[in-house]
Design a protein around this ligand. Sequence first.
Ligand code: ADP
Ligand code: MG
Length: 318
Amino acid sequence: MNEFDFIRNYLMRQPRDAGVVLGIGDDAAVLRPRAGFDLHVSKDMLLAGRHFFADVPPDALAHKVLAVNVSDMAAMGAAPRWVLLGAALPELNREWLGAFCDSLFAQAARFGVTLVGGDTTRGELCFSVTVIGEAPSGKALRRDAAQVGDDIWVSGCVGAAAAALQHCLGRLALPDDVFAACEQALLRPEPRVALGQALLGVANAAQDISDGLVQDLGHILRASGVGAELYADNVPVRQDLCALLSDEWRYRCALAGGDDYELLFTAPENRRDAVLAAAAQSGVPVQRVGRIGGQGLRIFDRHGKSVQLQAGGFDHFA
Ligand code: ADP
Ligand code: MG
């Protein structure tokens, strides 16, 4: 199998969606966005040994490659529409690529995205996906729109992926059943696409949690020029994991972990009912974890005592 067999036989299998004038096979894809919508464009890169273990099952890898990119659209309140796949592959292995592509297109169908192009090269296993989405013009959920007095909310649960990673690295010992559940969060994150769109016109600022809640909240605070209080013990952690962890480990995983792909967003206090309605409509629980205001970020436990974090979150160059 050569590069072109791979493109023809493995990648050109999706029906063309209404916005795709020209898909895979020409020098460029031609896309036609709907009138009244802005395009949202984002890219995330995943490198073997850096973002995933090289021996991760190909179906899980495909899921994650797509999910982390789609999550950036969710965080903007955009509907993901199209993706471009940059792939460096050490070899063209039929079995591996078959499993990878089956999973990739199953997830693509679930998220409503069409693969419209990309590039393929031989090299150390690495994926770089560009995702393009649409949201009604001027309505995106941005990082710079948090207002003093806003509640801070988080969707789902956080910390499970970080706990699984710490277990794999031999720093934290989880029982088999808890590890299995946390490993799913690490391998197959669920981007909050429906919730992001339901929060349009409800939330002020939003972002997805990829590098740890505290670090990512810091991006919203800096962009918006505001401070905040965070209630560390209100941050939702899976019950079975929570029961096992000391406070220190829980804070480390839930506040400074990463790879959660939950939404972190702010909304005015008088929209609490609207936030809960958006959550109910999209089938994702949400939890209030803090409040925008004051100087810098202050973190408190359930007794009102200040919490100091060892490390704020993930930084590739730290
Ligand atoms: P070019 O030489 O013009 O860059 P290529 O030969 O690299 O074109 O690719 C041929 C077609 O296949 C293009 O439409 C390109 O977008 C698509 N393609 C190549 N690799 C991928 C990939 N990994 N995923 C999706 N589409 C791809
Ligand atoms: Mg090319």
